[in-house]
Design a protein. Structure first.
Length: 312
């Protein structure tokens, strides 16, 4: 009887226990085979990289750049009259003009000059206009320029009944030239000759000056004192050295001739207004002024000038 009860209890326990799932035992000694990973979809190959080669600058383009740099005239401290930069005019020179947004720069032409046209390389980001001042023979044209923003650069060509002006304009955040104008060496010399003929009581700057015989083949180099000359020229007999107007308010530097060996010697000259007049021609001379710190400005005949008309 006990055996029957035990057997019945065992059967009931087995019936109430959850069935465990036992995986089938692989046949033989072979290990279970893992499921193969799914095959990824085919990918499209990336396009080959394209190398952009920078165009090589031609020799002709390099020559143009070099010529433009050499012909560009920058503002000079000794060429300012108050806030006006005064450039000496010469055909083919490119005059650099600094501008800034929010400021107008005044480009003043020669009094009595009639404006023809104003052309700019960039008419979208620059405001360019013109106006006049004065009347009669003193009437003067002003070309007014203003950039919209900093970091711009363009060029301007101004034509008149007398001259053609080439300018390059650049804009910065704050630095702008208030105004600029020009001096005209040949026109001034003609005026000097007329003034000398009319003022007989005063000694003329250049007696018997012939404009056709003028030679401007001189270069000025060295230090930058306030009295640094603006230009030098000769008429085949005499040499003229023109100084800024500030020479009248300061000490005038002595003039020394310099020979081929570098030896300097004082030379006689006359001071006529803003001009030194030397009664001879020379290849090189120096203006020297100062003791502890001596300013030296050299005046020399440019290479390629006709040496047959000169005596040292």
């Amino acid at each position: 009887m006990k055996t029957v009860i035990i057997a019945a209890l065992a059967s009931a326990a087995i019936a109430s226990t959850p069935h465990a799932i036992i995986p089938p035992k692989p046949a033989g000694n072979k290990p279970p085979v893992a499921e193969a990973a799914p095959t990824p979809p085919p990918t499209t190959p990336a396009p080959p990289l394209t190398h952009h080669h920078k165009a090589r600058t031609s020799a002709a383009e390099l020559r143009v750049r070099a010529a433009n740099r050499a012909a560009t005239l920058e503002p000079a401290a000794n060429a300012y009259i108050n806030a006006v930069q005064v450039y000496p005019f010469s055909d083919g020179v490119v005059f650099h003009v600094f501008t800034a947004p929010g400021q107008v720069t005044d480009i003043a032409l020669q009094p009595g000059e009639t404006l023809g046209a104003v052309a700019s390389g960039d008419t979208v980001r620059w405001i360019i206009g013109d106006t006049t001042s004065g009347a009669g023979s003193d009437k003067r044209t002003h070309v007014l320029v203003k950039p919209f923003t900093a970091g711009l650069s363009t060029n301007v060509v101004i034509t008149t009944d007398r001259h053609v002006y080439h300018l390059t304009l650049t804009s910065s955040e704050r630095t702008a030239m208030v105004a600029l104008s020009w001096t005209y060496p040949q026109d001034q010399l003609i005026a000097l000759k007329a003034a000398a003929e009319q003022a007989r009581a005063a000694e003329p700057v250049a007696s018997g000056l012939s404009v056709e015989q003028l030679h401007f083949d001189y270069t000025i180099s060295g230090d930058q004192p306030t009295w640094r000359p603006l230009r030098a020229f000769d008429d085949g007999r005499q040499t003229f050295i023109e100084f800024p107007a500030s020479l009248a308010t300061g000490e005038a530097p002595p003039l020394f001739l310099v020979d081929a060996k570098g030896t300097a010697s004082l030379v006689n000259y006359r001071l006529q207004g803003r001009f030194y007049v030397v009664d001879r021609l020379f290849d090189a001379a120096e203006l020297r002024l100062g003791l502890k710190h001596q300013d030296v400005v050299r005046i020399s005949r440019a290479d390629g000038a006709d040496t047959r008309r000169r005596t040292s």
